[in-house]
Design a protein around this ligand. Structure first.
Ligand SMILES: [Zn+2]
Length: 329
């Protein structure tokens, strides 16, 4: 499964209650702050507010990993450290998927776990893992640098980041790439202080980040940043909808197209997903989704920020293409 199918599978999941109602203070600079922190070798807190397992993650640039950073991560997270790499880099480092048979739609693609080949230790110590993680994030590392299997899990992220697959691993890697801090993002799930048997959700993760002087940012904010300020900016235009100027970005994933309506740099809430609807087009009075979309856009305009992803139907089968060619001037 790839491309839009993965975006669909993760984004369709219902918004968890603890994320939807906790937009927090409006900060337009959260993604910029996160990028600066990562570039300086500091960790940030990334909250996946769009995926199926929303949790607060500690993220840092793999290339800048230190024993102290890994030790800090081990103390506050599940201890299962993984490094997100693009599939292209994972293939270069000969880190194939653990399982070729991902039976759950939209399931993350984990790659084989590794240790640094030069280690004479167990591989699990903070010092050993810091060296392994740093090698994973260095674009000049060769596949022979690793022993397999090992103690650092790898995550094979979509090469286009959150624009290809909307998930925390892709968002973490996008942040590190935007920081120019190598080709890997180290990440681990934060354990709840309130309930050590659970992971941190958004409200706790934001407070935890604040207590530790770290920047907190959401997957949605990373997506909005890439859409409005990133490499798709050239493809964007403005559309005034009932008096509010939305940034509109369209992009294609596989055989499908997505139109994003973005207001504000830091959208603050998970994106609202709408699907193209033929009822709305030909029989608008018979359909509720047009009213829902109108209400969504109105509430985003009132808040001054938000993100709508409008998914166009998968391209028509080839049988109609010859007809389409005759119809399109
Ligand atoms: Zn409709």
């Amino acid at each position: 499964m790839s491309g839009i199918a993965e975006v669909v599978a993760t984004a369709e999941h219902p918004r968890p209650d603890d994320v939807a109602g906790s937009s927090g203070p409006h900060r337009t600079d959260a993604v910029d702050d996160a990028i600066s922190a990562l570039r300086a070798g500091e960790p940030v807190v990334l909250v996946d507010d769009t995926g199926r397992h929303p949790c607060g993650e500690l993220v840092f640039a793999a290339s800048l990993a230190t024993t102290a950073a890994v030790s800090f991560a081990v103390r506050h997270t599940s201890g299962l450290l993984q490094v997100a790499l693009s599939r292209q880099d994972a293939d270069r480092l000969e880190l194939p998927p653990i399982s070729r048979d991902r039976s759950t739609p939209g399931a993350p693609e984990y790659g084989v776990a590794v240790d640094t080949a030069e280690s004479t230790g167990t591989g699990i110590s903070a010092a050993d893992r810091a060296r392994t993680i740093a090698l994973l994030g260095d674009p000049t590392t060769a596949a022979e640098a690793f022993a397999r299997p090992g103690h650092v899990l790898t995550y094979r992220a979509h090469d286009e980041g959150v624009l290809g697959r909307l998930d925390a691993g892709e968002a973490a890697l996008d942040l590190v790439r935007l920081a120019g801090a190598g080709t890997g993002a180290a990440r681990a799930c934060l354990v709840s202080d309130a309930d050590p048997t659970a992971v941190q959700r958004l409200p706790e993760a934001r407070a935890w980040a604040h207590r530790h002087g770290l920047v907190a940012v959401t997957t949605s904010a990373v997506l909005a940043h890439r859409l409005v300020r990133g490499d798709r900016r050239a493809a964007a235009f403005q559309l005034t909808i009932r008096g509010t100027d939305f940034d509109v970005v369209r992009w294609r994933r596989g055989t499908a197209e997505i139109t994003a309506l973005v207001l504000g740099d830091d959208v603050g809430e998970p994106p609202i997903i709408h699907d193209e609807c033929l009822h709305c087009l030909f029989d608008p009075d018979a359909c509720r989704c047009r009213a829902e979309l109108t209400a969504t856009l109105r509430s985003i305009a009132e808040r001054g920020r938000g993100l709508v992803l409008y998914r166009h139907r998968i391209a028509l089968p080839d049988i109609t293409s010859s007809l389409a060619e005759r119809l399109v001037p």
